[in-house]
Design a protein around this ligand. Structure first.
Ligand SMILES: Nc1ncnc2c1ncn2[C@@H]1O[C@H](COP(=O)(O)OP(=O)(O)OP(=O)(O)O)[C@@H](O)[C@H]1O
Ligand SMILES: CC(C)(CO)[C@@H](O)C(=O)[O-]
Ligand code: BAL
Length: 282
């Protein structure tokens, strides 16, 4: 497995693979890899001949008061895990390589409707940063297939919409959320949790499951359920950001007609912001 830092080198290696008729899979990440990321690499390697994992902590998607500076950067450990998982190439560009003119750039990718609400409301500009860098990664790597985690449900919806609207020739595939034994969704940010916070964190997935059960038992007073869920989280010591019951297709508030529902949640535990989601049919 090789690691490259420059776009020039990346393109030259990929040109070679393409000439050999190989298909290319891309797994975009911000590094500090865990089993969730590795499951995406495995999925990509089933769908394509060679797998490129990008590791880039993208400044454009972080808000001014967010954790850009403290976000864990662990390239050596990440490389070891990727080599073991059968990854072919790591692309780990510097900020200057991706943004040679700095952050005051002209061209941005906006995916308005699907970026509204949920994380889009709490993190203004976040999905603009995500869509822009993912569009750039698609142009840099020109993958046949790209794999993203369902843990970031709204992000996956934004990327799918962007690809359709801009007719980017890539097959975007979602992969299920990998969890700890107690149900907590694996996330690089779990590393910020104190021992006590880590013990509390599974309440997020437990609450998703409890609300899903109630929906399946026929409850359809969505707003009351959302409020109850927020109360449960608050009583456990979290600060809920949102708990929204939405149509899985549109991510708009659920209506009685919707059969496929997704529960989206974000909550702070201390200063750490956890997100999770659960989809159900009824
Ligand atoms: N537990 C997980 N299961 C499956 N995919 C995941 C999981 N966690 C992250 N991913 C996916 O990995 C890709 C890279 O995500 P990222 O590097 O932000 O990881 P993360 O652990 O979610 O980090 P963060 O804590 O910053 O949200 C995304 O497509 C994301 O949805
Ligand atoms: C898709 C992504 C790599 C873009 O920076 C990031 O948002 C992430 O890690 O989910
Ligand atoms: N996992 C999504 C990237 C972010 O939180 O910035």
């Amino acid at each position: 497995m090789r690691t490259v830092h420059s776009l020039k080198e990346l393109r030259s290696i990929l040109r070679n693979y393409r000439q050999q008729g190989k298909t290319i899979g891309l797994v975009p990440t911000m590094g500090n890899l865990h089993e969730g990321h590795i499951s995406l690499v495995r999925k990509a390697s089933e769908a394509a001949d060679i797998v490129v994992t990008s590791i880039f902590v993208n400044p454009m998607q972080f808000g001014a008061n967010e954790d850009l500076d403290k976000y864990p950067r662990t390239l050596q450990e990440d490389q070891d895990k990727l080599a073991e998982a059968g990854n072919t190439l790591v692309f780990a560009p510097s900020v200057d390589e991706v943004y040679p003119e700095g952050m005051a750039r002209q061209t941005k990718v906006l995916v308005p409707e699907v970026s509204e609400g949920h994380c889009g409301a709490s993190r203004p500009g976040h999905f603009e940063g995500v869509a822009t860098v993912v569009a750039m990664l698609f142009n840099m790597v020109q993958p046949d297939v790209a794999v993203f985690g369902e843990k970031d449900f709204q992000q996956l919806a934004v990327i799918k919409k962007m690809v359709r609207d801009l007719m980017i020739p890539v097959n975007v595939v979602g992969a299920p959320t990998v969890r700890e034994e107690d149900g907590l969704a694996k996330s690089s940010r779990n590393g910020y949790l104190s021992e006590e916070e880590r013990a509390t964190a599974p309440i997020v997935f437990q609450t998703l499951n409890r609300v899903a059960e109630q929906l399946q038992q026929g409850r359809s007073d969505f707003q009351a359920l959302e409020q109850e869920a927020q109360n449960v989280l608050a009583e456990a010591g979290l600060r809920p950001d949102y708990f929204n019951i939405v149509s899985s297709q549109t991510l708009k508030p659920a209506t009685d007609e919707d059969r496929e529902l997704t529960l989206l949640v974000a909550a702070f535990l201390g200063t750490t912001r956890l997100i999770d989601n659960l989809s159900l049919s009824r």
